[in-house]
Design a protein around this ligand. Structure first.
Ligand code: TXE
Length: 456
């Protein structure tokens, strides 16, 4: 029986670390620690918790270089890219320190007030594509309102979390944040623990269903951001070169391993050929595989690359044409070149299941309705991008069952935005630095204030 999990460098496949597989006992112990720390943490003044968060930001920032170097090694992502992600992640500690000031008490104009209290122990289950950014999208806000947190990083990228916890342990009261290492063998008992009052998962839809079922049984809230199969609609009136560049960014950034990566490309028939040629040229010129520091890094590991390879091979076996890329490189590690497919149909896995790799499958459409019918023919609904100058296209997008619509852009975020996943992509409004986020990780109680003033 394997007692540990090896962590590998995706660039080389070389083992760079080892963690325990996790078990029920380690999960139980982590929850106990968090449960014991909760009453004192929750009883602190809001402003005291906020000042702990500011100290957390400072301590993490002082060690930014080491965090960047570790996360870059375990994800295979370029250092600059990782630096941007971790800097934004650390900034969230400051953001929530400010946003949560005064949040716990909201006076109502017509009398009384709403008091917001913590839920208790929160489980934070994180994937491997942005280890610290996703963890710190949640952790500081959860702590800010008085929850304590058991943080389970992905077994593929636990090293940055281990380093971050070492840093945070020097700042936060003991047990307020507890790291739980391992894979599903640690995650499952964590979710099954009755003492856990909230679960936030970013991960696969299969794991999300498990979390939702276990949580329904316990009438416990969940925040689920799961798989995606996001579409872009490219209308005939766009500048082809501009549109192809934007679609390449959407498909190939982080080697296609972003929840809102573009995974389906619908192009107006009038421009589909020149658009495809432009996308192929951009893929070959700007996203070529150069292992020593090219724009596109490896996939997280070979198992993940095998899924992408399977999707491409399934498509080709049903008549898709590989315009550039495709599986089969001699490089070490888990590389796969940017791949453009034409002649695809909705019967193919590459248009139905989450691929999570650098693949742009292109289909032509003739009318607006057809474009939206194709885009909406999916189990998933994280985001939709619409590239057009036709106002009717934009109004039609308002009824799409997705959490985010990007008009003539991709992946633009704003403080306060909500991203409520559609269909099987998740549930729970997880905003980016929104007040909704704090609402989702706390519980309101209404106080009928006039009673307090009554003449006894
Ligand atoms: O996800 P898992 P994996 C998609 C992507 C990928 C697929 C599988 O398509 O190919 O999911 O990736 C923990 N109870 N996304 O295997 O297994 C696990 O240890 C509790 C999209 O990495 O869902 C890890 O910490 N926890 C996504 C986390 O859940 C469990 C990002 C996610 O792992 C558990 C990542 C269980 N039963 C993958 N089983 C996105 N939308 O961004 C596993 N875990």
């Amino acid at each position: 029986v394997a007692a540990s999990i090896e962590v590998t460098d995706p660039r080389s496949g070389v083992v760079i670390g080892e963690i325990p597989v996790g078990d029920a006992a380690s999960a139980r112990q982590a929850v106990t620690q968090a449960a014991e720390a909760w009453p004192a943490w929750a009883a602190l003044e809001q402003s005291d918790r906020c000042s702990f968060l500011r100290d957390g930001a400072e301590a993490l920032e002082a060690e930014l270089d080491s965090l960047v170097s570790i996360e870059s090694k375990e994800t295979g992502q370029a250092q600059d890219f990782v630096r941007g992600a971790i800097s934004a992640a650390i900034d969230n500690w400051r953001h929530f320190a400010t946003a949560a000031e005064g949040y716990d008490r909201e006076p109502l104009a017509s009398g009384g007030y709403i008091h917001r209290r913590s839920l208790g122990v929160a489980a934070l289950i994180v994937p491997w594509n942005f280890p610290l950014l996703i963890a710190f999208r949640f952790l500081p806000g959860m702590l800010a309102v008085g929850n304590t947190v058991v943080w389970k990083p992905s077994e593929r990228t636990p090293l940055s979390a281990i380093r971050a916890m070492e840093i945070l342990e020097g700042v936060l009261p003991s047990g307020v944040a507890t790291l739980l290492l391992g894979d599903g063998r640690a995650g499952r008992p964590l979710v099954e623990d009755d003492r856990v009052k909230l679960v936030a998962l970013t991960g696969s839809t299969a794991t999300g269903r498990f979390v939702a079922e276990e949580s329904a049984r316990r009438l416990r809230p969940v925040l689920l951001e799961l798989g995606g199969k996001d579409a872009v609609i490219v209308d005939r009136d766009v500048d082809i070169e501009w549109a192809a560049r934007l679609v390449a960014d959407g498909c190939f950034t982080n080697t296609g391993q972003i929840c809102t990566s573009i995974e389906r490309v619908y192009v107006h028939r009038d421009i589909v050929e020149p658009f495809t040629d432009a996308l192929v040229a951009i893929a070959e010129a700007d996203w070529a595989l150069i292992p020593e520091g090219g724009p596109m890094g490896p996939m997280i590991d070979r198992a993940q690359r095998d899924i992408v390879t399977r999707h491409i091979e399934d498509a080709v076996s049903q008549g898709a044409i590989v315009r550039t890329g495709g599986p089969g490189t001699d490089l070490p590690g888990a590389y796969l070149p940017p791949t453009v497919l034409s002649n695809v149909t909705h019967d193919m896995e590459v248009m139905r299941q989450e691929t999570f790799g650098p693949v742009a499958p292109i289909m032509a459409f003739d009318t607006r309705e057809q474009a939206f019918a194709l885009a909406e023919d999916s189990d998933y609904g994280l985001s939709l991008s619409v590239l057009s100058s036709d106002e009717a296209m934009f109004s039609r997008a308002e009824s799409a069952d997705v959490g985010t619509v990007w008009l003539n852009t991709w992946h633009s975020y704003a403080d306060g935005a909500i991203h409520q996943p559609g269909r099987s992509s998740g549930s729970g409004a997880v905003g980016w630095r929104g007040r909704q986020f704090l609402d989702a990780v706390s519980a309101p109680t209404f106080f009928g204030d006039p009673a307090r003033d009554r003449d006894h």
